[in-house]
Design a binder for this molecule. Sequence first.
Ligand code: NAP
Length: 316
Amino acid sequence: MYYETGPPDVFRYEDVPDPACPPGCVLIEVEAISIEGGDTLHRAGGVLTVTPHVVGYQCAGTIREVGADVTDRHVGQRVVATMLSGSHAELVAVPTLVTWPIPDGADVIAAACVPVAFGTADDCLFEFGHLRAGETVLIQAGAGGVGLAAIQLAKRAGATVIATASSDDRLARLGEFGLDHPVNYSRDDWVDVVRTITGGRGVELAVDSVGGRVLDGSLQCLAYRGRAITVGNAGREQRRPDISPLAMGNRSLTGVFLGAEIASERAYRMIAGLLDDVVEGRLHVVVDRTYPLSEAAAAHAYIESRQAFGRVVLIP
Ligand SMILES: NC(=O)c1ccc[n+]([C@@H]2O[C@H](COP(=O)([O-])OP(=O)(O)OC[C@H]3O[C@@H](n4cnc5c(N)ncnc54)[C@H](OP(=O)(O)O)[C@@H]3O)[C@@H](O)[C@H]2O)c1
């Protein structure tokens, strides 16, 4: 938890009262916490709705208690769950409609990493990005959680995949997940590199979870009628995008927020399908490291060092 936002050392490892289990909810004994990009952003400078604040959007574990009116979940069942806050804990209570049962024998750590990253990537590419087979997509920050999911989903949909990262080492590892063209965007000429890869045409779709100057570059990489998706601000730069490349090329920029869709029947089913794909081995979760929950500060610091490849997971 933290009492103020800031660098990773704002974390305190303390006891708080156990959460109640209201009607329609389940109380989960947490076994694995996937640290989401939004978790680090909140800790760094988000709004504290309560103090102290227990951060975290996603975890998996075993149901200890079911609230009144709950008929479709049972004690002892394993689920992965999303929430507005509270995953960095041993216990969390959430409405059942944001829980997905984990099949018996499936890896709880991998399951803990699925809904937000894969659901967001899927919505960016298909529901809002309208990606079609044969198109070329640029995925920014390909070695992050959303990026790795998007690379795999775009490739299996028949797209040509260009992805960026800040190091050649991590780019080299993305090949086995479907990356066709690696681009190191810590180099100044990366927009030209993307344009060259596409023979000067540009990409039909850009999925941008980094924002700031990188988002400006995403818009510059678009083909005629190209679509860009803005889905995050991992780069932590506060600036408005330069939208001047849009109008003359009939290009578009669309925002995506999974949180506004996640409780819909469509998104629930979409995420259930993605979880199934991971459990059956058709899609892959990459876990870089695990840390004990008590070492959340070290885990967040490792992510912010930009060395992580895929997810970093906390174990209570
Ligand atoms: N709108 C939504 O519904 C939604 C849903 C999920 C996530 N998001 C947002 O999408 C973004 C990515 O989420 P994620 O879960 O994929 O995060 P993540 O796993 O932590 O990956 C973030 C990636 O961003 C890159 N990055 C660029 N500048 C960075 C910086 N200054 N500090 C740290 N990383 C930096 C890093 O790659 P390089 O070092 O290679 O650049 C890193 O791999 C976050 O902003 C998150 O809030 C939005």
